[in-house]
Design a protein around this ligand. Structure first.
Ligand SMILES: *Cc1c(COP(=O)(O)O)cnc(C)c1O
Length: 423
């Protein structure tokens, strides 16, 4: 018998044996019944809780092909898979992107890079920021390129690399006006002169990031683009090879052929959303993410019965309300309460009552109507929280508008309490 590590009121015990946990239920007076951990693990996550996220990898392939057709064959495509690929799952998206013509990957943190390397991804990976110098051994061990804009980091990185006989590859971040990170555009050459003495430093690329590539007005965009071009020209004139020159995010990649240079960084377009209305006529995109649930409870409500915390919604009579196990802890934002629809059996149905942490309710009008088919959902029926079914669609764009945010935050918000399924 192993060590008892937990239990449910003495009725069941959880024992640690030979390194694996075993669950043993002790039925009254009889012999113990143990459950095979392997069999338990075979119950799919979406059969443990009826809420999940589907990611359509074909949509991602299609979107990458659309970007490719805009930017031409000669440019490299960098797939931005930060924040777990905008909530879509970094490893699966990175592998799909690399198999669909992407050459490079970008993440926001060291750990995001490590996750990709541990999934045996070999492509170049860059971090879109300068991580703490204390993470340098991880960068070298996992071959993850930092963005650099401070001399202190550059020197420490080069010395650490040199001491193990390695090169110190990096991308130089240039601030051309967004004022977030980067070496000031007029100081790029003096920065390089300051650090370049170090033989291990290996400049693989130079980049900047636009603050307004998605704005209708292009004045600030032009200013940033010109500053970037001048900085790159100054580097070349001073004898520095800039490596891969890149600046375009999704919006700039689609809208501005003059901003493509050697590589473009595609983020939101890869996931199927337009960064701005101007790109709609230029590329055809398909959203990859959809959010699904199954009904866990149904009830008929008499007139004026309330629903949910605060009972803010009151039944108008002849309605059935249904509960789904998706709430604001899953990214179904509470500020959407009463303002969104869900889709069931191809129909848009109003979400009612306050969205709870783990659950939300919607109503079904049971009266017959000339304009829609009467439906009567039951426990176990599928509901779409975001996505498409038949002619009905709820997009991240619509949820973002209601929540006063952008599609990026909506997608990333659908939390990992919901498993990702790839279709
Ligand atoms: C996030 C990010 C991108 C991708 O932006 P999208 O608008 O999603 O294309 C590109 N470059 C940098 C530096 C970023 O931080």
């Amino acid at each position: 018998m192993g060590e008892v590590v937990g239990g449910f009121g003495g009725y069941a015990t959880r024992r640690k044996q030979e390194g694996v946990f075993q669950y043993t239920m002790v039925a009254d007076g009889s012999q113990g019944v143990s459950f095979d951990p392997e069999k338990l693990a075979q119950i799919p996550e979406k059969d443990r809780r009826w809420a999940w996220v589907e990611v359509d990898l074909n949509a991602i392939r299609h979107n990458i092909a659309q970007v490719r057709s805009r930017v031409g064959q000669s440019r490299r495509l960098l797939a931005v898979v930060k924040a777990d690929a905008y909530g879509h799952g970094a490893v699966r998206v990175a592998k799909t992107a690399l198999n669909s013509g992407a050459d490079y990957l970008a993440v926001a943190t060291v750990d995001e890079g490590i996750e990709l390397r541990e999934a045996l991804i070999n492509a170049p990976i860059m971090i879109l920021a300068e991580p703490p110098a204390s993470s340098i051994p991880l960068l070298l061990a996992y071959k993850i390129m930092p963005s650099i804009y401070t001399a202190e980091f550059a020197i420490q990185y080069a010395e650490a690399a040199d001491s193990c006989g390695l090169k110190a590859p990096y991308h130089l971040a240039v601030n051309t006006g967004m004022n977030r990170i980067g070496v000031h555009h007029s100081e790029v050459v003096s920065f390089l002169k300051q650090v370049d003495f170090h033989r291990a430093l290996d400049l693989k690329g130079v980049f900047t990031h636009f603050a307004t590539a998605d704005s209708s007005d292009d004045l600030d965009f032009r200013l940033q683009l010109n500053r970037f071009k001048e900085a790159v020209a100054a580097m070349r004139a001073a004898g520095f090879d800039p490596g891969l020159v890149h600046c375009a995010n999704s919006a700039a990649s689609i809208r501005y052929p003059e901003a493509l240079f050697d590589m473009v960084r595609m983020g939101i377009v890869m996931y199927g959303y337009h960064p701005c209305p101007e790109t709609m006529a230029l590329v055809d995109l398909r959203p990859a993410m959809s959010v699904h649930a199954r009904i866990t409870d149904v009830r008929m409500l008499r007139m004026s019965e309330g629903v949910g915390y605060g009972l803010h919604y009151r039944s108008r009579g002849s309605v059935k309300t249904c509960t789904i196990p998706v709430g604001y802890a899953d990214g179904y934002m509470r500020c959407l309460s009463g303002k969104v629809d869900v889709i069931c059996k191809g129909q848009l149905l109003h979400q009612v009552g306050n969205i709870c942490m783990d659950q939300a309710m919607f109503e079904v009008d049971l009266r017959t109507s000339a304009t829609r088919e009467r439906i009567d959902p039951q426990i176990g029926d599928e509901v779409i929280v975001m996505g498409r079914q038949g002619n009905a669609e709820i997009t991240a764009t619509e949820l973002a508008r209601i929540a006063d945010t952008i599609e990026y935050e909506v997608c990333i918000g659908f939390s990992h309490r919901m498993p990702r399924y790839y279709v």
